[in-house]
Design a binder for this molecule. Structure first.
Ligand code: ADP
Length: 136
């Protein structure tokens, strides 16, 4: 079905990450690859004055730990990738660089249930060059 699947995980919503990760495993060809991706968002410089310089590094380490736990918990093999920047832009860049043939993304946070699709998922669907599965 699919050879390289990008699974962007917002570590603030781990149950969504688990759901899209296991879905990816069910759609992957034998010998395919899953990339578990978290994007650490940058803080605008006008807000960053009082923020410790290692904040991004700490957030990246935390994300690495959460994704490693997710992989261990499911027993599904995956590569872990961390990027820094606006999530939608980095998800799209990762998919292109990796030559992905599918992105699986969750639709929105559960508590924002009056929206059909969140802003990150919306941008990814509009601009991706490969197929996108929006998981509801
Ligand atoms: P919401 O606005 O409710 O947060 P989003 O569209 O931003 O909805 O998020 C939906 C999905 O997009 C997440 O479940 C995740 O799959 C992906 N996503 C959002 N932010 C990130 C991020 N920082 N890193 C990786 N994936 C993300």
């Amino acid at each position: 079905m699919f050879k390289k699947i990008i699974v962007p995980v917002d570590i603030a919503t781990p149950e969504k990450g688990l759901d899209i990760f296991t879905k990816a495993a069910s759609l992957m060809d034998e010998g395919g690859q899953i990339v578990l991706l978290h994007v650490v968002e940058e803080v605008p410089t006008y807000l960053a004055i009082d923020i410790p310089v290692d904040m991004i590094e700490n957030a990246a380490n935390e994300a690495q730990d959460r994704l490693t736990e997710l992989r261990a918990r499911t027993g599904i093999d995956a590569t872990i990738e961390l990027r820094i920047g606006p999530p939608a832009r980095e998800i799209l860049a990762c998919a292109e660089e990796q030559g992905a043939d599918l992105i699986i993304i969750a639709s929105h946070r559960p508590d924002f249930s009056n929206y059909l699709i969140g802003s990150t998922a919306d941008r990814v669907v509009r601009h991706a060059k490969c197929s996108v599965l929006v998981r509801r």
